[in-house]
Design a protein around this ligand. Structure first.
Ligand SMILES: NC(=O)c1ccc[n+]([C@@H]2O[C@H](COP(=O)([O-])OP(=O)(O)OC[C@H]3O[C@@H](n4cnc5c(N)ncnc54)[C@H](OP(=O)(O)O)[C@@H]3O)[C@@H](O)[C@H]2O)c1
Length: 399
């Protein structure tokens, strides 16, 4: 169920007395490791029940030795034996392969699934988790971009909540607490502008991956860091927001805010605006998705106005950063178009990181796929799978 429907008059304080068992899909990544920091700081409230990685066997073993989960999954089956040998003496179950993710999220002992894995790979296990009635703490925005309609419908049918982890969406969620009965006039998603803010197309022709991988405010995995530099991240977030908060295109605005202190805003129908602020630190939205509706005390560094005497805002440069326009177009068109956008972008980022295409060509590739792949207005799950496959083939062949 979209969380706007939660009855906030009933405040569940049970969190403060019981422990939640968390399955972290992608525990070795940027979000996953920070989620484990939150768990380590609050052992009386959280247990890491499931940890998973794709290739990082050494880190997964290290995490499992420390957090003693019930189960770990290593996606790359070639690494199974290494992980099994290391964890067998600790009585930790080890599974391998993509299908294992779908099984472990359904375990009775799992209370909440944190989807901290990257890309389209998040779709299937998220569906499996929702189908078995698990609430989701959603970092994996690609899942909602690809199949937002299917996911939110399924969540409503199963009566589960999807708690946003993305800082912008968490900000909106936090602004909505106590306001779920009040219609939203619009939301404003803030964007840092990334490392190339202010640059024009002729300057971006020559930028290298090393420059694109240096985000001014956030330390994140490689894919989202490139997405931030190309503004695709904001485009994906626009589509994510549509599904999380049930919004129309005209209700979603993007503003560049280079300091990343205001994480996003909501405007209500009386004109009042609420913003959520703080230093950029993903541990806070991760923790809130795990503790909602309670807030747990933290020792995260606090914001000081005197360190930021000026908070500034500017309009996004849509001519230079075409990905934002492409994302709004894909959202507007609906059907499988956001799935095409996402698959094309995943291939574009991978090819940019391999120096196969230039920075600006990433948007050309996405636009090419959006024009060429067959459009479907009412895709099924199988249609999404096929669209993803077809788009990847076309995107890999793009010259
Ligand atoms: N990082 C942030 O600050 C941030 C903020 C907001 C939203 N998000 C979103 O959160 C998600 C994770 O981002 P991240 O920055 O944490 O990514 P990341 O650092 O690249 O970590 C990705 C995690 O997923 C695993 N993984 C990679 N490919 C996989 C596959 N095919 N199947 C299963 N697992 C796979 C990785 O395992 P290995 O370590 O073995 O590769 C790793 O544990 C993304 O959707 C991103 O958009 C991230």
């Amino acid at each position: 169920m979209p969380f706007r429907k939660i009855r906030l008059s009933i405040i569940d304080l049970s969190l403060l007395s019981t422990s939640k068992n968390i399955a972290i899909l992608g525990s070795t990544g940027s979000i996953g490791t920070q989620a484990l920091e939150v768990i380590a700081a609050n052992p009386e409230h959280f247990t890491a029940e499931v940890l998973t990685a794709q290739n990082s066997a050494t880190l997964l073993i290290e995490q499992a030795r420390k957090f003693k989960p019930n189960v770990v999954v290593i996606g790359n089956e070639a690494k199974y034996q290494e992980v099994f040998d290391a964890l067998d003496p600790l009585d930790i179950k080890v599974y391998a392969g993509a299908n294992a993710l779908c099984s472990v999220v359904q375990m009775d002992s799992v209370d909440l699934v944190l989807t901290a894995l990257v890309g389209y790979a998040g779709l299937k296990p998220t569906i499996a988790a929702i189908e078995s009635g698990k609430n989701i703490a959603l970092a994996n925005k690609e899942t909602l971009v690809v199949a937002g309609e299917l996911i939110t419908k399924l969540a409503a049918e199963k009566g589960i909540n999807i708690y946003p982890v993305d800082s912008e969406h968490s900000a909106i969620f936090q602004c909505l607490v106590g306001e779920f009965h009040n219609p939203i006039e619009k939301i404003v998603l803030t964007a840092s502008g990334g490392p190339f803010r202010g640059m024009k197309r002729d300057q971006l022709l020559r930028v290298k991956k090393e420059q694109a991988l240096k985000h001014p405010n956030w330390e994140m995995g490689a894919k989202i860091t490139i997405d931030s530099a190309s503004m695709m991240n904001k485009g994906l977030e626009v589509i994510e927001a549509k599904w999380l908060f049930g919004l129309k295109k005209s209700q979603i605005e993007v503003i560049v805010h280079p300091q990343s202190i205001i994480h996003s805003l909501v405007q209500f129908e009386d004109g009042s605006m609420k913003a959520q602020m703080g230093l950029p630190d993903m541990k806070l939205p991760i923790q809130f998705a795990m503790t909602y509706p309670a807030r747990l005390k933290t020792d995260f560094p606090r914001f000081n106005f005197m360190d930021y005497p000026e908070l500034t805002f500017e309009a996004p440069d849509l001519e230079t950063f075409r990905n934002l326009t492409l994302s709004f177009e894909a959202m507007d068109k609906g059907g499988n178009m956001p799935c095409i956008l996402n698959a094309a972008n995943e291939v574009a980022v991978a090819r940019f990181l391999k120096d196969e295409i230039g920075f600006l060509e990433m948007s050309d590739l996405v636009a090419h796929c959006m024009q060429k792949i067959s459009f479907l207005q009412q895709p099924t799950y199988e249609d999404y799978v096929q669209t993803d496959e077809e788009t990847r083939i076309l995107a890999k062949a793009f010259k």
